[in-house]
Design a protein around this ligand. Structure first.
Ligand code: HEC
Ligand code: HEC
Ligand code: HEC
Ligand code: HEC
Ligand code: HEC
Ligand code: HEC
Ligand code: HEC
Ligand code: HEC
Ligand code: HEC
Ligand code: HEC
Length: 249
């Protein structure tokens, strides 16, 4: 039997243990999967049986959480990457919704660093005609770096750096631009993004499409993921007539 003298100590120990257990399960709960998820939206509420989909239908996490590319990765809200719109609000706030930098490169997926270009050899190719690329003295008193005048973003009077340079190179290298985005590395060395630590360029630096057309918006991300899988497996609601099997009126 316990000596009465120790009783307060035991009580304290029990309380401490209980507190630490709660603390433990709390931190666990943060990364644990939700059992079911209720989505409020303009089409009518949707209840998604999250745990059942994983456990009973045997779907691995990464099939739906396609940002989980490493074992230790966290599952994020889809809206961190599939917002209603890539507007100013998104650009200002999105960085804070990612636990760390490795998620960034799912969208900021390429940066160029070093230019592949032999200037001396090109002076020969251009037969000493500096104006094959540079301006005349009226604009460039001395030939110099294009980027000392052409900034990232251009306007009607002054092309941005990329389009200015490309226009000149294209004169002799039409072939290099013909294959679109796959041909950029004939002049640009791509950086190893897993090691990259610089600023990110805007998507429009390389893509002509509007950003909103590059990554699915929120509704389409959910609809495509949920219904594509149902259709593939021939199970679960999909197609035009099944809206209200998911949306509760
Ligand atoms: C059938 C698809 C599917 C599977 C399988 C799945 N999830 Fe999810 N999960 C979702 C969807 C959809 C959401 C809702 C995300 C949202 O609200 O934007 C979600 C939400 C979550 C959230 C909450 C994220 C947040 O911050 O809002 C966590 C955590 C999570 N899942 C973890 C897991 C883990 C761990 C597994 C595997 C054991 C798993 N999920 C399997 C589809 C799935
Ligand atoms: C870390 C960012 C990120 C998160 C989080 C994320 N996605 Fe995506 N998702 C992307 C990007 C980027 C693409 C486009 C890239 C591509 O087409 O390969 C994409 C593509 C898709 C596609 C197009 C088809 C495919 O699978 O390639 C669907 C559908 C989709 N996401 C649904 C979802 C859903 C649903 C969730 C939440 C369960 C989710 N995504 C979470 C970044 C994310
Ligand atoms: C779902 C895709 C996505 C993910 C993931 C993402 N971003 Fe972005 N980010 C964007 C889009 C879209 C823009 C707007 C770019 C544009 O206007 O072309 C942007 C813009 C930016 C800009 C401003 C660039 C400029 O135009 O000057 C910075 C900086 C940035 N993101 C940093 C980050 C960081 C840091 C992370 C990770 C913590 C991250 N982003 C994750 C899509 C994403
Ligand atoms: C085929 C196109 C081309 C031709 C021809 C050409 N240049 Fe250039 N030049 C460039 C480009 C592009 C840059 C910027 C290089 C960079 O960023 O690496 C440059 C940069 C320079 C610079 C700045 C170097 C520095 O590092 O600051 C000088 C000086 C220069 N050129 C002089 C000349 C002269 C003189 C001629 C003619 C004899 C000439 N270039 C012909 C494309 C050309
Ligand atoms: C001293 C500043 C300066 C430098 C350095 C400079 N530019 Fe320009 N560039 C301008 C100005 C100003 C304009 C707009 C005036 C015009 O349209 O003629 C322009 C316009 C252009 C245009 C569009 C008009 C045209 O001539 O076709 C191209 C292409 C161009 N620059 C390419 C280049 C390239 C390539 C380099 C580097 C090799 C370069 N520029 C270096 C100032 C500069
Ligand atoms: C006056 C014509 C001319 C212009 C303008 C020109 N080049 Fe070239 N370039 C050549 C020739 C000729 C070669 C060697 C033959 C070949 O590989 O096409 C060459 C070769 C190259 C190569 C090596 C290609 C390979 O396959 O090894 C690169 C990279 C390159 N140029 C980049 C540039 C860049 C960047 C610009 C614009 C700043 C530019 N060139 C403008 C004529 C030109
Ligand atoms: C023939 C060579 C050549 C090809 C092919 C080429 N570029 Fe460039 N690009 C250049 C040159 C030269 C510059 C000016 C770089 C400088 O002066 O520092 C440039 C600048 C840029 C810049 C802005 C400056 C920077 O380095 O951040 C972007 C963005 C860019 N290019 C994207 C692309 C994309 C996307 C493609 C493929 C569609 C492409 N380039 C194909 C030669 C090329
Ligand atoms: C420095 C250039 C560059 C920047 C900046 C860039 N991309 Fe890309 N992107 C590419 C290239 C190159 C490809 C083609 C890759 C290939 O085919 O190997 C591509 C392909 C893609 C694809 C695959 C579908 C398609 O259209 O081919 C998506 C989705 C995409 N980029 C989204 C984005 C988003 C979102 C951003 C901005 C957050 C962005 N990219 C910024 C160069 C860039
Ligand atoms: C990777 C495959 C996959 C994805 C993604 C998926 N499901 Fe399912 N879903 C299933 C399968 C398999 C069933 C099983 C049907 C059966 O056994 O009859 C199912 C059944 C359902 C059912 C009916 C039974 C139940 O469990 O409630 C609903 C409703 C449902 N899914 C909603 C969704 C929603 C909403 C999403 C997107 C957030 C989604 N599903 C994403 C595979 C998927
Ligand atoms: C497999 C389940 C499922 C089916 C079937 C389905 N949806 Fe959805 N729907 C969702 C989910 C999940 C969301 C995302 C909820 C969110 O954004 O929080 C959604 C979102 C929406 C939204 C909200 C857009 C917004 O911006 O708020 C509308 C509208 C919508 N669906 C209409 C439809 C229509 C019309 C159909 C039938 C053609 C349909 N849905 C079929 C699951 C489904």
């Amino acid at each position: 039997m316990l000596n009465k003298r120790y009783a307060p100590v035991m009580v304290a120990v029990v309380i401490l243990l209980a507190v630490s257990m709660v603390g433990y399960t709390r931190t666990q709960a943060k990364t644990e999967m939700p059992v079911r998820i209720l989505f409020h939206n303009n089409g009518g509420k949707v209840i998604f049986s999250h745990l059942v989909h994983h456990r009973n239908y045997k779907i691995p996490c990464a099939d739906c959480h396609h940002e989980m590319t490493h074992a230790e990765d966290k599952a994020l809200a889809c809206g961190s990457c599939h917002p209603v719109a890539f507007d100013e609000h998104y650009v200002d706030n999105h960085i804070a919704s990612f636990p760390d930098k490795k998620y960034c490169i799912q969208c900021h997926h390429i940066e160029y660093e070093h230019l592949i270009f032999d200037h001396d050899e090109h002076i020969e190719f251009a037969e000493d005609n500096c104006q094959a690329c540079h301006h005349g003295e009226d604009i460039e008193p001395e030939p110099g770096q294009c980027k000392s005048c052409h900034e990232d973003k251009g306007d009607d009077d002054m092309p941005g750096l990329a389009s200015a340079a490309h226009k000149r190179c294209q004169g002799c290298h039409e072939d290099m631009f013909e294959q679109g985005l796959t041909s950029c590395t004939s002049c640009h060395e791509a950086v190893d993004m897993s090691q990259y630590d610089g600023d990110f360029s805007s998507c429009g630096q390389c893509h002509n499409e509007h950003t909103k057309d590059l990554v699915l918006n929120r509704m389409n991300a959910f609809h495509d993921q949920c219904m594509d899988c149902h259709e593939r497996k021939g199970k679960g609601p999909f197609g035009e007539n099944s809206c209200f099997k998911c949306h509760i009126r």
